[in-house]
Design a protein around this ligand. Structure first.
Ligand SMILES: C[S@@+](CC[C@H](N)C(=O)[O-])C[C@H]1O[C@@H](n2cnc3c(N)ncnc32)[C@H](O)[C@@H]1O
Length: 309
């Protein structure tokens, strides 16, 4: 099928952000514009690589329409760096997109502490290693924690500890991170690295279902006492975690939610599996939630930062 051929070329069969070149690209003198990823995945680009032509709308620098060659499209996708909003109301806004090369460049500009690098390497061979936040995401989390001057944090979904260790490293010595995880085996790795990094005294590991841990914090009278929370566990539970964390976090505190773009599937209305639906619905609810200020950041698989009003 022509569509799947395109997807193979553009998406490289991977869900990692740096392996997801985008559908609309800008070259030095010519750009190809598609309305969205949807246009590609659902056949708006009618390309057969064997035939060598495509019917995608292609604009030259003068904005005159022309036809484009398949090979040229592929070359552009691997080297060009812009997405253009499909909605004309955004004034042909050009947004940089992450090609593998550009994402490697971003990663080269992350100051990843050595202990985090070691943890990432140890986790790389483990089942579920793709679940870790990326180094650039971890750096954003720690930047937020530092800007806030956070002392009390909660993480929902620890896995082997990459994001929690990143947070613990920047907390003051008196800082406190409640780390909720249901999988004892991955927690063992996390605990080993908290120890190695000398931050164990800051991390309160809660083995069990995150809902239970959060509810017991509330029952323990800790509502309104946390500065920062990070949600990165069972996606269909995000709304429930959010409601509890909204009680636990202070006014002005932050709740960050990971995977809000869900490999791009949230924007594809033809995808409606339960996880995608639940993330899409939750994103919509956050848009309408007057209790928080929000910003959706297209980093990693997408993070929404919510500030409690
Ligand atoms: C995406 S991973 C977390 C990755 C981690 N934040 C990092 O950067 O390394 C999600 C984790 O949430 C845990 N998890 C899923 N559902 C959970 C639940 N109901 N309660 C506690 N942990 C849960 C999984 O066991 C898994 O380790």
């Amino acid at each position: 099928m022509a569509n799947s051929s395109i997807n193979l070329v553009l998406h490289q069969g991977s869900m990692l952000p740096h392996e997801l070149p985008v559908a609309a690209v800008l070259g030095p003198s010519c750009f190809h514009s598609f309305s969205s990823t949807w246009a590609i995945t659902n056949g708006a680009i009618h390309v057969s690589p064997r035939r060598g032509n495509c019917s995608a709308t292609c604009y030259c620098s003068s904005f005159r329409k022309c036809t484009c060659k398949w090979k040229r499209l592929v070359r552009s996708c691997s080297t060009s760096e812009f997405v253009i909003a499909g909605d004309e109301n955004y004034g042909n806004k050009q947004v940089v997109s992450l090609t593998p090369r550009l994402y490697d460049y971003v990663l080269k500009n992350v100051r990843e502490p050595e202990i985090l690098r070691q943890l990432r390497q140890e986790t790389a061979s483990m089942r579920g290693s793709q679940m870790q936040v990326s180094p650039d995401q971890a750096q954003l989390l720690t930047m937020l924690v530092q800007i806030l001057g956070a002392e009390r944090c909660i993480e929902v979904g620890v896995y082997t500890g990459y994001s929690s260790l990143a947070i613990a490293l920047v907390l003051p010595d008196s800082g406190h991170l409640v780390a909720c995880e249901r999988d004892a085996k991955s927690l063992e790795v996390a605990k080993k690295y908290y120890q190695l990094a000398g931050v164990s005294h800051k991390v309160d590991v809660k083995l069990g279902l995150a809902m239970d841990s959060l509810e017991s914090l509330i029952l323990n009278g800790e509502a309104g006492s946390y500065d920062f929370a990070f949600i990165d566990a069972e996606k269909r539970m995000n709304e429930k975690y959010f409601e509890l964390l909204l009680q636990l976090v202070k006014v002005g505190g932050l709740i960050v939610i990971d995977n809000v773009l869900w490999h791009g599937k949230v924007a594809d209305q033809l995808v409606y599996d339960p996880k995608t639906l639940s993330i899409r619905n939750f994103n919509q609810k956050l848009m309408e939630d007057e209790r928080v200020d929000i910003t959706m950041v297209p980093i990693g698989d997408g993070m929404t930062i919510c500030r409690k009003r």
